[in-house]
Design a protein around this ligand. Structure first.
Ligand code: LER
Ligand code: MN
Length: 273
């Protein structure tokens, strides 16, 4: 199969209920990821966090490991900002925050992921109005990213966490309808297992638009723990010519290190590198 690069989720710290496997400084997590055989980390962080690009770049070079994505969820969970909010001031701050994430990602040669920071549609409200608003703001952000060579990946997340972009088809349809450039679909097998009628067709419908791929088993434990058919999942990714990262984002059960080791050994067994 393809020679995909493998990434692993990381943050400075995270509760045990979050699908974060490495905890510590970016430098420490880069080193840990490399020693576990991963090619990259994805970093969950705040856009206001100071980072020392020179030291991080040196670490990346030394261990031949990269930063795949900067994740923006904390803009919503901690700062309560989102792109679909009714309050223009909140939206303005959300856009500024996302631009700051793009500035960080540019320096790290990474992309960004937007999941919860897009926000949700309040119950009973007119959906189209909010989707138009979201598209409008994503156009601003993706244009800012395009000038800086930073792609924007929209994560498809299950209905219990959000009410926008729950399926691959919905997300592809949105990108097509609004002709958004520099925006890609980000799938996650945990969410797909909840929402998609057929996971393989869901991957197929993202052909040419898939920018990032999270893996966890059906119970969000490490790859190989549950019932998902990763042979078929990876072969479908190959079929559509996906060339991005495969990133392990699963629960740290029994602990982060064991889940990281188990996942990578299963993935390498299947993809054969
Ligand atoms: C983030 O990548 C994700 O998948 C969400 O469910 C937040 O945990
Ligand atoms: Mn995910």
């Amino acid at each position: 199969m393809r020679n995909w690069k493998l990434a692993i989720s990381s943050a400075d710290s995270a509760p045990a209920t979050s699908p974060i496997l490495l905890q510590g400084t970016v430098c420490d997590n880069l080193e840990k990821a490399a020693s576990l055989g991963y090619d990259a980390i994805e970093v969950h962080m705040r856009e206001t966090e100071p980072i020392d690009i020179d030291i991080i770049s040196e670490k990346m070079k030394k261990h031949n490991v990269r930063i795949a994505m900067v994740l923006t969820g904390r803009l919503n969970t901690e700062a309560h900002l989102s792109l679909m909010d009714d309050d223009e001031n909140i939206v303005r701050q959300a856009i500024e925050g996302l631009k700051r994430y793009i500035d960080i990602a540019r320096q790290l040669d990474a992309g960004i992921v937007i999941g919860w920071a897009k926000g949700t549609i309040p119950p009973g409200e007119k959906r189209e109005l909010y989707m138009d608003r979201l598209a409008n703001h994503l156009r601003t952000i993706s244009g800012y990213g395009l000038k800086r060579n930073v792609p924007i990946n929209l994560e498809v997340i299950n209905r219990y966490e959000t009410n926008v972009f729950n399926t691959a088809l919905e997300t592809v349809g949105f990108l097509q309808k609004y002709s958004l450039k520099n925006c890609f679909v980000h799938l996650d097998t945990f969410h797909m297992n909840i929402e998609e009628k057929d996971m393989y067709d869901a991957i197929r419908c993202c052909k040419g638009r898939l920018g990032y791929f999270h893996v966890a088993d059906n119970d969000r434990n490490f790859v190989g723990h549950g019932e998902l058919n990763f042979e078929r999942i990876f072969s479908t990714l190959g079929e559509i010519g996906y060339e991005g990262y495969i990133s392990v984002e699963c629960l740290p059960i029994p602990d982060g290190l064991t889940a990281a080791k188990n996942s990578i050994s299963q993935i390498k067994r299947i993809i054969g590198n």
